[in-house]
Ligand binder design. Structure first.
Ligand code: GSH
Length: 255
């Protein structure tokens, strides 16, 4: 039995989920809520971070570790190149993406989302358990406080993150000139990571939890509009179209 413990809207959980889908595995998702997830996570690890994959009796925490575990356990449709030089390049780029498109984009995104508590609540409870609405009516102020502390959500840090994201996006634009994939000639975990982590900006419709009527706060929506013509943005859409459901259809999710 394979289970993915996840937050539906987390970029890192999308990265892990895509990798499992890419292998064509049948699995179930356990959708947790920020805050109450800690009890579940602490049963299997000292850290409370999601995603966590349960594979039989084995638990694997962290999106990158999950990809490595899947490639070691299922040796078809590899996401990690076998060639040592390509593998090194892919893993280095993935580390940068995890930081710049993961942590910094998340910080920037949530600093802006805090301005719209209704949408914020909707986003973090998307496809959550049945008790999600009552739970969050009571706990949202405390959860917001915790998010601000844990993710360092403030204007100064958000601006620093914005500059880091800009540098990364320029790098991706340059890197993608005249090529289909970030490293080598095939789809790898670097491409999967970039597309999954950038999905909050690009909002590809193939994302399993794409929500058409999610309105972003106006400053985020403007930023998104300005980025729409950039090469990296088109590339994320293309990668989602071509590779997100290569193996199995989206209706296999337990929601
Ligand atoms: N490096 C980790 C990052 C995971 C991460 O930051 N998870 C966040 C959600 S996006 C989380 O679980 N936060 C809640 C917590 O740490 O308790 C990965 O690649 O999976």
């Amino acid at each position: 039995m394979i289970t993915l413990y996840q937050f539906t809207i987390s970029q890192f959980c999308e990265k892990a989920r895509w990798a499992i889908d890419h292998k064509g595995l049948i699995y179930k998702t356990e959708n947790l809520l920020p805050g109450s997830h800690e009890r579940t996570a602490r049963k299997v690890s000292d850290s409370t971070q999601l995603p966590i994959l349960r594979h039989g009796m084995t638990y694997v925490q962290g999106s990158g570790n999950i990809i490595t575990f899947l490639d070691e356990s299922y040796q078809t449709r590899l996401l990690t190149p076998e060639d040592p030089a390509l593998k090194k390049e892919v893993l280095e780029l993935e580390r940068r993406l995890d930081k710049d498109a993961g942590l910094h984009l998340r910080r920037f995104f949530y600093t802006h989302m805090l301005q719209d508590p209704r949408q914020l609540r909707r986003l973090i409870t998307l496809y959550g358990p049945w008790y999600r609405n009552n739970f969050y009516t009571l706990l949202l102020p405390a959860i917001k406080k915790r998010m601000v502390k844990d993710m360092k959500l403030n204007a100064l840090e958000a601006e620093r993150s914005r500059l880091i994201i800009n540098t990364l996006l320029l790098h991706l634009d340059e890197r993608l000139e005249n090529r289909d994939y970030l490293v080598g000639d095939h789809f790898t975990r670097a491409d999967l990571t970039a597309a999954a982590l950038l999905s909050p900006i690009c909002q590809p419709i193939e994302h399993p939890y794409y929500t058409e009527d999610l309105t972003l706060p106006s400053d985020l929506a403007e930023i998104r509009e300005r980025l729409k013509d950039r090469p990296f943005y088109h590339w994320v859409s293309k990668i989602y179209q071509k590779h997100r459901w290569e193996v199995k259809p989206s209706d296999r999710y337990t929601r």
